[in-house]
Design a protein around this ligand. Structure first.
Ligand code: NAD
Length: 304
């Protein structure tokens, strides 16, 4: 299978540096016309500059590709709408959106200000919401769309000092879960990428020899599959240093406790059974959980 994007239009947010830059270059190299979005601030979100996005556009154009730079702050809907309008004015459609822009404001929760919490939520969660909202109806109407959220192991599994970032990164998985359902009949597929790569976001976190192995291009290989016609939907692809894995939320089979046992003491007594992973399974949607519990309750009522 050859993964190509000829004739398609992609928006990659935060594409002036790191992973976004790598995604944008690879999409363009495989035929996509690319909006290279970047606000151009520092790692903590301070400041702004159009230089980084323009440099990536220049690289794409020098290699014979087509790209435009846009400096929208993804947290500001009017700027995002202007970016999507420019893409549509230039190329008539948007097939691919990679929600990649991000910042860090790490601190232990005790020391973290609510402003730092909200800013990180604004960029990662609301940035992804804004960009997705701005292309959603367009993708539904054209019966085609591929959307990638960028999540993180810090959200899925936790990381000291990243309460804001972890909350935002898990929130985009929740967004994916529902939008994947709502987009399915319009051929709009929504997935998440959980990367590990050497970028300015991670440059001071690991030794140089490790960083050398974590090239962004290895993550981009996975990202491009999620951007492709043949993408799955509602999957979390973890990618870093050449490793690729899928992360998923599973639920244990659990237990049914009859009305006489619906007490905290009985829940404690059954804890091992509740947590037993032998028959754990992912659930298709939220209603499946109620269905599972109600079936157990009905079976009890029928027997008694
Ligand atoms: P990076 O700092 O190199 O790139 C992030 C880019 O986003 C920057 O160019 C920045 O200017 C841009 N940006 C920030 N705020 C913006 C805003 N409001 N509007 C538009 N652009 C904005 O970092 P990276 O490592 O390439 O991170 C890319 C994505 O991957 C982020 O969402 C990050 O949280 C996620 N991620 C990275 C890693 C990793 O190992 N590098 C791990 C997990 C998740």
């Amino acid at each position: 299978m050859s993964i190509r994007f000829d004739g398609q239009v992609a928006i990659v947010t935060g594409a002036g540096n790191g992973l976004g830059r790598s995604h944008a270059l690879a999409l363009a190299a495989r035929g996509a016309k690319v909006v290279v979005n970047d606000l151009g601030g520092a790692r903590d979100g301070a400041g702004a500059s159009s230089e980084a996005a323009k440099a990536v556009v220049a690289e794409i154009v020098a290699s014979g590709g087509e790209a435009i730079a846009h400096g929208a702050n993804v947290a500001v809907m009017s700027e995002v709408e202007d970016m999507v309008k420019q893409a549509v004015d230039a190329w008539g459609r948007v097939d691919i959106l990679v929600n990649n822009a991000g910042i860090l404001r790490d601190k232990s929760f005790t020391k973290m200000s609510l402003d730092d919490f909200k800013l990180v939520m604004d960029v990662h969660l609301m940035g992804s919401v804004n960009c997705t909202k701005a292309v959603w109806d367009l993708m539904k109407e054209q019966q085609y769309g591929r959307i990638v959220m960028t999540t993180s192991s810090s959200g899925m599994y936790g990381n000291f000092g990243q309460a804001n970032y972890g909350a935002a990164k898990m929130a985009v998985v929740g967004l994916m879960n529902t939008l994947g359902l709502e987009g399915a009949k319009y051929n709009v597929r929504v997935n998440s990428l959980a990367p590990t790569a050497a970028t300015r976001m991670t440059e001071d976190l690991m030794p140089e020899e490790i960083l050398a192995m974590l090239v962004p291009e290895a993550v981009t290989a996975g990202a491009l599959l999620l951007c492709h016609d043949g993408a799955p939907s509602r999957h979390i692809l973890c990618a870093g240093g050449g490793g690729y894995a899928s992360s998923r939320i599973f639920e244990t089979e659990g237990v049914y406790l009859d009305p006489s046992q619906q007490t905290p003491e009985a829940v404690a007594e059954h804890w091992d059974e509740i947590c037993n992973t032998d028959r754990q399974a992912p659930l298709e949607n939220g209603a499946k959980q109620s269905e599972k519990f109600l079936l157990k309750a009905q079976a009890f009522l029928q027997q008694n």
